[in-house]
Design a protein around this ligand. Structure first.
Ligand code: F6P
Ligand code: MG
Length: 434
């Protein structure tokens, strides 16, 4: 099935898609080039030479985008998904260029091109060209990282604090949601000052334009020992906030297994790979990454990570990946293109899709009216015989919102930047056909 709507395209001048293709892609590739450049050192001549070749290929990629060239074949790098990319390119995008192809395809293709340049080398094969950004960003969120480690500690040692489970669920789902924002100022604050706490919570709640958390809770709390899946988005702080949520889900007893779906290669700059996952746990435990941390802060974090590692050892948390998450396909095609993954996801009681790109893929990255019902925009994911129970936690970073009430778009004004500022969010639920 295909949606009855035209797709977003970078060719539409007034869109964030256009701005992204014109400016942001270039900046992203340039950053990757700089990261490689900084690693060139004269002691390893072979590696340096290869590094320079990567830099040249990446510069050529920038030129292709700036000239708006036709999309070309991705160089075979031995990854098994190359067949799929070649096939989709030949079937649907053969005569298209960077701006006329659908935004979703062109942007996914860009990240696949970059990884093929890297994979086709000897010394840089496993290099993550965005790692440095991920690492730097994580350092800046120490205050929130520590605040949440304390908070989860309080929440799960129930002798200290008595709050209804649904309230905790709403709170932690919102932490996981705002972990996806570009700017952490929207995060509710769990400091000691009750007034500030309430104010910030109310403030960020106002910006959640659709909030289905009550429905999701009603659904999930029917179960004990349920399975929840997270189709993860970004590494670092967002991943940390997702794990805080996953931690409580296990501790609450409603959930006994959390599947965490990571990407199989670096994707859309900050998405979580298996290496990012391992790095997060290692870093939270390390004594020197957060140089200003006190002894109490360090030991609280260590206790947290010890528990998380025990979940992994005891298969309560299962980290998994699939080619489909880095494929060019919209999630409308999940069942058809990744049948085994789909069958496995059908065992889940709730599949949580994190972030903006996953949202774009859920709704096929089309020009929907903002009042189109969510269940209409996700097509077969809501309507097929085997539709999954799913929840999207997403802050808006693209030209696209669905499921809004009449009048909301008008209230937010004719300047459409609210859609992609990262300040507005949606929490949308579909119970599927279980
Ligand atoms: O380049 C723009 C963009 O692709 C967004 O539109 C996209 O979905 C976002 O980057 C990444 O956001 P997220 O990490 O929330 O998926
Ligand atoms: Mg991302």
């Amino acid at each position: 099935a295909n949606p009855p709507r035209p797709a977003l395209r970078a060719a539409d001048k007034e869109t964030f898609a256009h701005f992204t293709a014109r400016h942001r892609w270039r900046d992203i590739i340039k950053k990757a080039i700089d990261n490689i450049c900084d690693l060139l050192n004269s002691s390893d001549i072979d590696k340096n030479e290869e590094g320079k070749k990567i830099m040249t290929s990446m510069e050529e990629l920038i030129n292709q985008i700036q000239r708006n060239d036709q999309l070309i074949q991705i160089e075979d790098d031995g990854r098994s998904d190359i067949v799929i990319w070649t096939n989709v390119l030949n079937t649907y995008f053969k005569d298209e260029n960077w701006f006329t192809a659908t935004w979703l395809f062109a942007e996914s293709y860009l990240y696949r091109r970059i990884i093929s340049i890297i994979t086709n080398t000897k010394h840089w094969k496993n290099y993550d060209p965005y790692f440095r950004q991920k690492e730097e960003a994580f350092k800046f969120s120490f205050t929130e990282i520590f605040e949440f480690s304390k908070r989860i500690d309080e929440l799960i040692s129930s002798s200290k604090i008595k709050i209804d489970d649904n309230i905790i669920f709403y709170e932690l789902a919102q932490i996981s949601l705002w972990g996806n924002a570009t700017d952490l100022s929207m995060l509710p604050n769990f400091g000691n000052d009750d007034n500030i706490e309430t104010k910030r919570f109310e403030e960020s709640k106002k910006n959640i334009l659709v909030n289905d958390l009550e429905k999701a809770w009603k659904w999930l709390s029917k179960f004990s020992n349920a399975r929840v899946d997270f189709v993860l988005d970004n590494a670092g702080f967002e991943l940390y906030s997702d794990l805080i949520f996953s931690d409580w889900l296990i501790q609450s007893g409603y959930v006994s297994e959390v599947y965490l779906h990571v990407k199989s290669f670096p994707w859309f700059v900050s998405d979580t790979t298996l290496d990012d996952f391992d790095w997060l746990l290692k870093t939270l435990k390390s004594n020197d990454f957060f140089s200003s941390a006190s002894e109490i802060e360090k030991s609280t974090l260590k206790k947290l990570v010890d528990r998380w590692e025990s979940y992994i050892t005891n298969s309560k948390w299962i980290i998994t990946s699939d080619f489909f998450w880095t494929s060019p396909y919209s999630f409308w095609h999940l069942e058809e293109k990744a049948p085994e993954l789909y069958i496995d996801l059908c065992k889940s009681h709730l599949v949580i899709f994190k972030g903006d790109l996953n949202y774009r893929k859920l709704v096929y990255d089309c020009k929907w009216e903002t009042t189109t019902p969510f269940k209409e925009a996700i097509g077969p994911l809501a309507n097929s015989k085997n539709a999954l129970p799913l929840l999207s936690l997403r802050t808006g970073k693209s030209d696209l919102f669905v499921g809004l009430d009449e009048g909301v778009e008008e209230r937010l004004g004719p300047d459409k930047s609210w859609m992609y500022s990262g300040k507005y969010a949606v929490i949308q639920f579909s119970e599927g056909n279980k």
